[in-house]
Structures are given as structure tokens and as C-alpha cells.
Design a protein around this ligand. Structure first.
Ligand SMILES: *[C@@H]1O[C@H](CO)[C@@H](O)[C@H](O)[C@H]1NC(C)=O
Ligand SMILES: *[C@@H]1O[C@H](CO)[C@@H](O)[C@H](O)[C@H]1NC(C)=O
Ligand SMILES: *[C@@H]1O[C@H](CO)[C@@H](O)[C@H](O)[C@H]1NC(C)=O
Length: 310
């Protein structure tokens, strides 16, 4: 969908009014005149169609813009100060992991702000609107959680693509045992599958599931997910797929534990895994199974890929 300027402005006026009524409920967050959909970055979704069924006012679409270019898309949850998911087209890195210069999203904090992500100022002095509207590097300090990428920099090609993944709107609090353990294994596996069998674009959506009953936070501000999830759609794949990988195309999904004390109804624990990663297992599954779990856990009927990526 492409909008013309006049209808866009009308829509914005209307929703700014609606949002003002909701302000007390948003806890006094400053709401900018920001994009209401992914219309500027639909290319990062299969068939230019974002996931269906996610329809709550708390979610803010962000077209992730850096150095004058869009790099991927994220759906941001304002109260959680984390993304629900990031969506991207996988393209293997052709260089090393860049130095991590962490960035924030001005458009979450200021009306009419530039839509490009920006590095946190080295002075450490951050505007109050930024503090209220999103996570800060300091929220993660001494939290016992790592900064977990949803769109990992190794799934992105150019240096600019990779640097753009270091915006905190692409980051969630993730246990080290998951981030550098089984979840990292999944990211590598998806990369290998892409290189070996995908004959075209691979569309990936990676997100989180919050705790069901008692929300958990770091620094009393940033929501900690109980599970990570990921799904891909590779509509054009090699015609001569070996038997062993036939179930992995055109789609594939997984859920990873981010809490070793969670129950085992969604992802069982391998008690024989080495201690540092024990309890952070990743379970492979069909996209259909993942959608069933998401629908239940998020109480929304979710469809990730248009037409099941067929
Ligand atoms: C990263 O930082 C180090 C030390 O500051 C510097 O030597 C190196 O060139 C930087 N690498 C990149 C890719 O910017
Ligand atoms: C982090 O872990 C250490 C060691 O288990 C603990 O003492 C500390 O309270 C934890 N910090 C937070 C913020 O939970
Ligand atoms: C991959 O796609 C190209 C065209 O884009 C085609 O020529 C080739 O046969 C395909 N390879 C396989 C293994 O299916």
C-alpha cells in the first residue's frame, strides 16, 4: 500500500486525537506522529504482506532506517520497550561483526522526528522523551541478561546492514545461555539451510513471547521474554532437495527457551546438555505449530506468511 500525502495527514490527525484520549492508559508516554504501518518497508515481508492478526494499539511498526536506507522492519511494543518481532530478508554477512554502536529510535520519542535510528550520544545524556519511550543501554547493565538481536547481524550482508541491527528496537533481554548457546546454533543452522538449499529470497521473522501471568522486567522498565521464536519462508528452493531436509522447505520454525525454569509444555529440556546451556533448548517445528503456540500465548490469531508461503 502506498499512501498519498493528504490522506496520510488526515489519518494522522484522526489518530493523534484518538491517542490523546488513550494517553492516561499509556502512562504519559509522549507519542509522536509516527508511521502507522509498514508501507515504507514492505519488501522485508514475503509477498509484501506483514503478519496478520496482530492488532493491538500498543504495537508500533518501525521501518528500520539507517544511513538513508531501509534495512529491516520491527513491530515495537511500547509498554514492553522491546520489539514483538523483527522481519528481514536473510543475506549472509560478507565481513566481520561490526563494532556495536548502540542506537535508539527518535521517532518513538518526538513528533515529526527524523525516521532514522541514531547512536546514543557519547555524553550519556539522553532526552527524557527518549528515556520514557524506549530501552536504554543502561537498562541492560548488570541485569544478568545480554542484548539479544532478533535480526542478528550475521544474517545481514553489508556493513551498513549489519550496523543497523544494533538499534535497541531490535533487541530483547536474552540469557547468555540462550544467546551464545542453542539460539546461536539455530541462527547458524538457518544460515546454512539458506546457503545450501534456498534458491531465492529467504524471509525471516524472529520474535518473542512474554511471560503469561507475571510480567518480568529488567530495571523495572524492559520486558523479559520467556521464549524466543523464529520462522522463515523460502518460496523458491532447490528442486532436488535431499530427503532429510524436505520438511524444512518452504517454511520452518522454532521456539527457544529464555528461562531454564520454565515448564516443558512448549519446549522440553535436554537434561544431558552441558551445564552452561542446559535449559535453553530450541525446539524445531512447523510454522503451523508455531502459529498455534503464538495464537494461544498472545491471544491473537496470527498468520506469519501470506498464503503460508506457497
Ligand atoms: C572497531 O574498533 C576498534 C577499536 O576501537 C578499531 O581498531 C577497529 O578498526 C573498529 N572496527 C570497525 C569495523 O570499525
Ligand atoms: C545477577 O546475578 C547475580 C548472581 O546470581 C545476583 O546476585 C544478582 O542479584 C543478579 N542481578 C539482578 C539484577 O538480578
Ligand atoms: C535455481 O534457480 C535458477 C533460476 O533462478 C535455476 O536456473 C536453477 O535451475 C535453480 N536451481 C535449482 C537447483 O533448482
Amino acid at each position: 500500500m502506498y499512501f498519498n500525502r493528504r490522506s496520510q495527514r488526515k489519518m494522522l490527525q484522526f489518530s493523534t486525537g484518538a491517542l490523546l484520549l488513550l494517553l492516561p492508559w499509556f502512562g504519559g508516554l509522549v507519542l509522536g506522529e509516527i508511521s502507522h504501518d509498514f508501507s515504507q518497508c514492505l519488501d522485508f515481508f514475503y509477498d509484501q504482506t506483514p503478519p496478520k492478526g496482530i492488532n493491538a494499539a500498543v504495537y508500533q511498526p518501525i521501518c528500520q532506517r539507517y544511513k538513508n536506507q531501509y534495512h529491516f522492519a520491527s513491530l515495537y511494543h511500547r509498554q514492553h520497550r522491546t520489539p514483538l518481532y523483527s522481519a528481514y530478508v536473510l543475506s549472509p554477512a560478507n565481513g566481520k561483526r561490526p563494532n556495536s554502536t548502540w542506537m535508539y529510535e527518535p521517532q518513538l520519542a518526538f513528533s515529526r522526528a527524523n525516521t532514522e535510528m541514531k547512536p546514543f550520544p557519547s555524553s550519556g545524556l539522553v532526552d527524557q522523551n527518549v528515556i520514557e519511550s524506549q530501552a536504554l543501554v543502561g537498562d541492560y547493565r548488570n541485569s544478568n541478561f545480554t542484548k539479544g538481536h532478533l535480526n542478528p547481524s550475521m544474517h545481514q550482508k553489508t556493513r551498513e546492514n549489519r550496523e543497523a541491527t544494533f538499534t535497541l528496537t531490535n533487541i530483547v533481554p536474552q540469557r547468555a545461555g540462550s544467546n551464545s548457546g542453542p539460539w546461536n546454533g539455530l541462527e547458524n543452522e538457518v544460515l546454512r539451510k539458506f546457503k545450501a538449499f534456498c534458491n531465492g529470497s529467504m524471509y525471516v521473522i524472529t520474535g518473542v513471547m512474554p511471560y503469561e501471568s507475571e510480567p518480568r522486567q529488567i530495571n523495572n522498565r524492559v520486558s523479559v521474554p520467556e521464549y524466543m521464536w523464529s520462522a522463515y519462508c523460502c518460496p523458491a528452493y532447490r528442486s532436488n532437495l535431499p530427503e532429510s531436509v524436505r520438511n524444512f522447505f518452504p517454511t520452518y520454525a522454532a521456539v527457544g527457551r529464555n528461562d531454564r525454569n520454565s515448564g516443558e509444555e512448549i519446549v522440553p529440556v535436554n537434561v544431558k546438555a552441558r551445564a552452561s546451556v542446559r535449559g535453553y533448548d530450541v525446539r524445531r517445528m512447523s510454522v503451523e505449530t508455531l502459529e498455534g503456540i503464538l495464537t494461544q500465548r498472545l491471544a491473537m490469531s496470527i498468520s506469519l506468511f501470506h498464503g503460508q508461503c506457497q
